[in-house]
Write a protein that binds this ligand. Structure first.
Ligand SMILES: [Zn+2]
Ligand SMILES: [Zn+2]
Length: 83
């Protein structure tokens, strides 16, 4: 079974042979949706890169959250100090 190298969608080889897309960067077959994305942003976006971006976003979210918690603690300290 052949899958799209960019989004892991299953490629119907019968159909792919007729008007299938190919990523010249990855040297792998890709699906129609990914061909359009690749054309629009002039590059390829492999699945692994997306996971990396997702992990990065999660990490940033955690950073923001811990920053907010730190601020909350500082605020509470200020409140108790003001009493
Ligand atoms: Zn795809
Ligand atoms: Zn690619």
């Amino acid at each position: 079974m052949q899958t799209c190298f960019h989004c892991q969608a299953v490629l119907l080889m019968q159909q792919w042979k007729v008007n299938g897309a190919w990523c010249g960067k990855c040297m792998k077959p890709i699906c129609d949706a990914c061909r359009e994305t690749a054309l629009r942003c002039l590059g390829c976006e492999p699945f692994l890169k997306k996971i990396e971006q997702y992990a990065e976003a999660q990490m940033r979210f955690r950073e923001v959250l811990s920053g907010w918690r730190g601020w909350n603690r500082a605020h509470r300290t200020l409140l108790t100090a003001g009493r």
